[in-house]
Design a protein around this ligand. Structure first.
Ligand code: F3S
Length: 281
């Protein structure tokens, strides 16, 4: 029986980088805080708490008087970075470089007088962070209908960016609608392909696999999406959070077991599952 683990399973580049920075800081002996949970994985957050890393947010930042605050890969609005520094705290910016690039574009183009349009979800922390780098009010567009109804303030030049995890096809449809309006528009495609790569690879493995295991948080939308993709291709698809959830009942003849994992699944959980299947079946 072959076990095929997806190369793109688990943390993307930006999340891996941020989590590593927190673990490095945790060993420094200083008081360490993360601004929001570093990833949406309870196990990791609990593990970090044991190492003295606490989660803070805008409601209790002002109660922190010493130590280091780490910004997670989603990034934050400029005002948050300023607030951390004003309080005399050290700020370790673990914003993913792909998100940081969007902050820089938005800061520069809004300062040049352009109207910033973000294609994404207004309630997503990454988008809220991006908005906070514009010196002028930002418009967030999530649907084609919203694009249809968009009116540029004073016919200003428009700079369009995107939430990194936004769907590529939807992005193009929205851009098409905006372009048709005849405004002077510049589009910076800032979609990151880590999510798409993970989904494509999962689909390819599931298509060939007799059994497919998807590891991810129950509340993680990208993990659920991975499960849906795999379940369409492979009848025996399991969705588990940790090894403890795995109640494998293998069909009679199994040639290939595929394994993939959502963006916030740590490597040790993936390895545990892989080893378990290897040893027990
Ligand atoms: Fe991950 Fe950074 Fe892309 S956090 S999804 S590599 S934008």
């Amino acid at each position: 029986m072959e076990i095929r683990l997806a190369k793109s399973a688990g943390f993307c580049f930006g999340v891996k980088r941020a989590v590593e920075q927190v673990y490095t800081q945790a060993d420094s002996g200083k008081k360490i805080y993360t601004y929001g949970p570093i990833i949406h994985n309870e196990e990791v957050v609990k593990d970090l708490e044991k190492k003295g890393v606490h989660v803070i947010d805008e409601t209790n930042l002002d109660e922190v008087s010493e130590g280091t605050v780490i910004i997670r890969s989603h990034g934050v609005e400029k005002a948050v970075c300023d607030r951390i520094q004003e309080r005399g705290l050290e700020c370790v910016d673990a914003t993913c470089p792909f998100v940081k690039r969007i902050h820089k574009v938005v800061e520069k183009e809004s300062a040049a007088g352009k109207q910033i349009v973000i294609i994404g979800s207004a309630t997503h922390p990454e988008v809220m962070g991006i908005m906070g780098w514009s010196s002028t009010p930002v418009v967030v567009i999530e649907t084609e209908e919203e694009a249809e109804n968009f009116v540029s303030e004073n016919d200003r030049e428009i700079c369009v960016v995107s939430q990194t995890t936004f769907n590529y096809i939807k992005f193009h449809k929205i851009v098409e609608k905006l372009t048709k309006k005849g405004y002077n528009i510049s589009v910076v495609n800032t979609i990151c392909n880590a999510t798409e790569e993970r989904q494509t690879e999962a689909r390819e493995i599931a298509r060939e696999a007799d059994v497919m295991i998807v590891i991810g948080g129950k509340h993680s939308s990208n993990s659920r999406k991975l499960y849906e993709i795999c379940a369409k291709e492979c009848e025996h698809t399991y969705f588990i959070q940790t090894l403890a959830d795995l109640k494998l009942e293998l069909p009679k003849s199994v040639g290939l077991v595929g394994i993939t994992a959502g963006a916030s699944t740590p490597n040790n959980i993936i390895e545990e599952v892989q080893n378990y299947v290897r040893i027990n079946f």
